[in-house]
Design a protein around this ligand. Structure first.
Ligand SMILES: *[C@@H]1O[C@H](CO)[C@@H](O)[C@H](O)[C@H]1NC(C)=O
Ligand SMILES: *[C@@H]1O[C@H](CO)[C@@H](O)[C@H](O)[C@H]1NC(C)=O
Length: 208
């Protein structure tokens, strides 16, 4: 089966930003970053915004903070306070309604669970979402939020980036898998779809 991805209906857009101070390892001081920053207004767990310090979500004049997309990072890395708030909300939603429990963590993850109910969008867990500017939402389901360790053990695929990271949120490759992203640099725009698993298609049968 092939699918003409350009005809998929759920393409959404958000603005791309350039960090005025490069965050790339090998850059010279004062050189502009060529990485892809996006504006995130809130993060949802189980459709509810979590309480985070919103200052962390914007880039300050020294180039610290903000949210970037990096396929170099295997998993999404969150500043410590964002990480712990997200995990707490996730646990409350998960244990409240789902009768699941935590199990011994498996490195590099700290939050691993028995999670046994499978759906076409991955193992059943509370939904996460990034809300971009203009209320454009990017939902993240089990296939992208969780990493399968064994049949019954899944770990939350987010990492704690410590308390003063250069960039507060680095959205990594696992969360982007089977989502279609188009970086339109001329227009400073990111076009994306939420998981293509909705259509029963995966990266292997795309036709561009
Ligand atoms: C929010 O984060 C900024 C940037 O790290 C920090 O300067 C500020 O003190 C924080 N505010 C609160 C209430 O924690
Ligand atoms: C929750 O899990 C416990 C222990 O596995 C089980 O005894 C109980 O029946 C479960 N409750 C529901 C509502 O599934």
């Amino acid at each position: 089966m092939t699918t003409d991805v350009s005809k998929l209906p759920r393409l959404a857009y958000t603005k791309l930003y350039i960090n005025p101070v490069s965050t790339a390892g090998a850059s010279r001081k004062g050189e502009k970053s060529t990485e892809y920053f996006v504006g995130v207004n809130s993060i949802l767990v189980d459709r509810k915004p979590i309480r985070i310090n919103s200052t962390l979500l914007s880039i300050n004049n020294r180039g610290f903070g903000g949210v970037k997309i990096s396929t170099v990072s295997p998993y999404t890395v969150l500043e410590s306070s964002i990480y712990s708030t997200l995990v707490k909300a996730f646990d409350e939603a998960f244990f409240g309604g789902w009768n699941e429990s935590r199990v011994m963590p498996v490195k590099p993850f700290k939050d691993c669970y028995t999670a046994t109910v499978r759906t076409p969008l991955g193992v059943a867990v509370p939904d996460l979402a990034f809300v971009f500017e203009d209320n454009v939402k990017w939902d993240i389901y089990g296939a992208n939020s969780m990493v399968e360790i064994s049949r019954d053990v899944h770990c939350l695929g987010f990492l704690d980036g410590g308390s003063n990271p250069r960039t507060s949120v680095v959205i990594g490759a696992h969360q982007l898998e089977d989502n279609l992203l188009q970086f339109d640099l001329a227009a400073n725009k990111l076009a994306f779809t939420e998981t293509l698993l909705w259509e029963g298609i995966e990266c292997s049968n795309f036709k561009f």
